[in-house]
Write a protein that binds this ligand. Structure first.
Ligand code: ADP
Ligand code: ASP
Ligand code: MG
Length: 469
C-alpha cells in the first residue's frame, strides 16, 4: 500500500462541518493508502492565542476567563457537528475541556508574572493544534477507522530551541518518528498529528514558525518515507497569483520544488517557506489540493515537472506587512566591513532581512524587514551605529509599502523581462521604491506603495497573460 501524509490547514478545519468533510476524505482514501494526518488549529485560533498571550501580561483573570470560555464554546460547537455518536462526542468534549483548563492556568500564570518569553509564547500558541487534533481524530474514529492523536512531541519531532522558528534536528527526528508512529501505521492505524508544534531535546514545547503545519507534514513525510505529501487547503492549488486578490488567477498544475519554494518565500501563502526543504532532498512529491473540492487534482510539486510550461513568468505575488528601512552614511563608502556592522546589529536583534538593495555609491543600503520589527530595527541601528560609531548618518523608513515578486524558473536569461515589468508599472504612473533580483534569477522583486499593490499585481498578471495559462 502507498503511504501518504495528509495535512489539513486551518481553513479546512474551520468548523465542525468542515472537520466532518476532512474525516470523510481520510476515510475514502484509507482504502488505498496508509495515511498519516497532520492538522492545523481551527481557522483564526492561532492569531487569537497570540493576541491573548500578548495581552495576558497586562491582563486580569476575568478577561482570561472570558477568552477561554469563548474558546471552549467554539471547540464544543465544532465537536457537536463533526461527531454524531454521543459517547464519542462526550469523550472528545472531556479531552478539550481538560486542555482548556491547562491553558487558563498558563495564561493566569503569565498574567501574574507579567512576562511573556518566547518559550512561554510557544507553549500558549501550541494549544490551537492541541485542541483541533482530538476533534479531527474523533471524527475519523466515527468512520470506524482506528485513529490516534499525537502531539508533534509525542510523534517524535525534535527541534533546536529557537522558539517561534525552531528547526528540526532531522536525524534524531527520523529515528524517533519511526519508533513512535511506525508500528501503529503498520497495523493499519491512522495517526493524527498536531502540525506546527514540536519539542526541543529537553522536551520543552517549540513551534516551527507561522504556517508551520506544512513543515510538520514534510518532516513526517521524510521520516516515514512516504510516497507523497498532500497539503489540503481552501483553494485549488498553487495559482498564478492569490485568487483572493485576482479572481482570474489560474491553477499551476505542475511546479518544481525550486519554483514552489520561491513562491512560498514570496508570500504565496499556500505554503510554509521552509516546508519544501526536507522533501526536495528526499525527492518526495507534494500535492496541493482543495479540501472543499477533493475531486480536483491540484498542483503537483516535483523535481522536474514533465508538463512544465516554459513561459518565463509563471506567477506574481504580493507580500504585505513589510517595511523598508534605509540606512545612509557617506562614511560607509569604501569602508570594509561597514555593511557587516549594519547586518550584525539586525542579526543580533533577531531581525530578518528579506530583501536588500545597495546604491553603487555605497552611501545607502535599503532593506525590507517585517513591519512589526521596524521600530526595534531603527532604535538598535541608531544606538549602535549613529550615536557611537558615526558610520551611519541617517536612518529612514517607509512602512506603507509592499513587495511585488514576479516568479518563474525560465526567467533566467530572458532578455528584456525586467524592462517589460517596470514598463507595465510605469504606464500605471506608479513609482517603484526599490528593486532586487536574486542571482538565481527565479524572481524579480520590487517595492511599491501599499495602496498601489493590488493594481500592480493585476496589471502584471494581465500583461503576461497569466489569466490565459
Ligand atoms: P491553510 O489554512 O490551508 O494553511 P493558508 O491561508 O495558509 O491556508 O494558505 C492558503 C491561502 O493562500 C489561500 O486561501 C490564498 O488566498 C493564499 N494564496 C496567496 N497566494 C497564493 C497563490 N499564488 N496560490 C494559491 N493560494 C495563494
Ligand atoms: N496554526 C499555525 C498558524 O496559524 C500553523 C499552521 O496553520 O500551519 O500559523
Ligand atoms: Mg497555512
Amino acid at each position: 500500500m502507498k503511504k501518504v501524509i495528509m495535512k489539513f490547514g486551518g481553513t479546512s478545519v474551520g468548523t465542525g462541518k468542515n472537520i466532518r468533510q476532512v474525516a470523510d476524505i481520510v476515510s475514502q482514501y484509507s482504502k488505498d493508502y496508509r495515511i498519516t494526518v497532520v492538522v492545523s488549529a481551527l481557522a483564526g485560533v492561532t492569531n487569537k492565542l497570540l493576541e491573548v498571550a500578548g495581552q495576558a501580561q497586562k491582563s486580569d483573570e476575568t478577561l482570561i476567563k472570558n477568552f477561554t470560555e469563548e474558546l471552549l464554546q467554539k471547540h464544543k460547537e465544532a465537536i457537536s457537528s463533526a461527531i454524531v455518536n454521543k459517547p464519542l462526542q462526550q469523550e472528545v468534549n472531556g479531552i478539550v475541556e481538560k486542555i482548556i483548563v491547562e491553558l487558563e492556568k498558563i495564561l493566569t500564570g503569565i498574567c501574574y508574572v507579567g512576562e511573556l518569553t518566547p518559550k512561554s509564547k510557544d507553549y500558549v500558541v501550541s494549544f490551537g493544534e492541541r485542541l483541533s487534533a482530538p476533534i479531527v481524530c474523533g471524527a475519523i474514529q466515527e468512520d470506524n477507522i482506528e485513529a490516534r492523536c499525537f502531539t508533534g512531541k509525542d510523534a517524535g519531532i525534535v527541534t533546536d530551541s529557537n522558539f517561534g522558528e525552531a528547526n528540526p534536528l532531522m536525524n534524531y527526528t527520523m529515528h524517533l518518528v519511526c519508533e513512535k508512529l511506525g508500528a501503529f501505521l503498520e497495523k493499519g492505524g491512522v495517526p493524527v498529528v498536531t502540525g506546527f508544534i514540536a519539542a526541543n531535546q529537553d522536551g520543552v514545547v517549540t513551534t516551527v514558525g507561522r504556517g508551520g503545519s506544512d513543515y510538520t507534514a514534510t518532516i513526517l513525510g521524510v521520516a516515514l518515507e512516504v510516497d507523497e505529501v498532500w497539503i489540503w487547503t481552501d483553494v485549488d492549488g498553487i495559482m498564478t497569483t492569490d485568487p483572493k486578490l485576482v479572481p482570474a488567477a489560474k491553477l499551476l498544475p505542475q511546479l518544481s520544488y525550486q519554483e514552489a519554494a520561491e513562491m512560498a518565500i514570496f508570500g504565496a501563502k499556500a505554503m510554509h517557506p521552509r516546508a519544501l526543504g526536507p522533501v526536495s532532498k528526499a525527492n518526495i512529491p507534494v500535492r496541493i489540493r482543495n479540501s472543499f473540492q477533493p475531486e480536483k487534482t491540484g498542483t503537483l510539486i516535483t523535481k522536474e515537472p514533465v508538463a512544465n510550461v516554459k513561459q518565463a513568468v509563471k506567477a506574481v505575488a504580493m507580500i504585505k506587512d513589510l517595511a523598508m528601512l534605509n540606512v545612509n552614511g557617506a562614511a560607509m563608502v569604501g569602508a570594509p566591513g561597514s555593511y557587516t556592522k549594519v547586518f550584525d546589529v539586525l542579526g543580533k536583534n533577531n531581525i530578518n532581512v528579506m530583501m536588500i538593495s545597495v546604491a553603487a555609491s555605497e552611501a545607502n543600503i535599503s532593506m525590507m524587514i517585517k513591519r512589526s520589527m521596524l521600530s526595534r530595527a531603527i532604535s538598535n541601528i541608531e544606538t549602535a551605529l549613529l550615536e557611537h560609531g558615526g558610520l551611519v548618518s541617517e536612518v529612514t523608513a517607509e512602512d506603507d509599502v509592499v513587495v511585488i515578486a514576479v516568479i518563474g524558473a525560465h526567467m533566467k536569461g530572458s532578455l528584456g523581462l525586467a524592462s517589460k515589468i517596470f514598463d507595465i508599472v510605469a504606464k500605471k504612473g506608479i513609482n517603484i521604491r526599490m528593486i532586487a533580483q536574486g542571482s538565481s534569477e527565479l524572481n524579480i522583486s520590487f517595492v511599491v506603495k501599499e495602496k498601489d499593490g493590488v493594481e500592480v499585481v493585476k496589471a502584471i498578471h494581465e500583461e503576461f497573460d497569466l489569466d490565459k495559462t
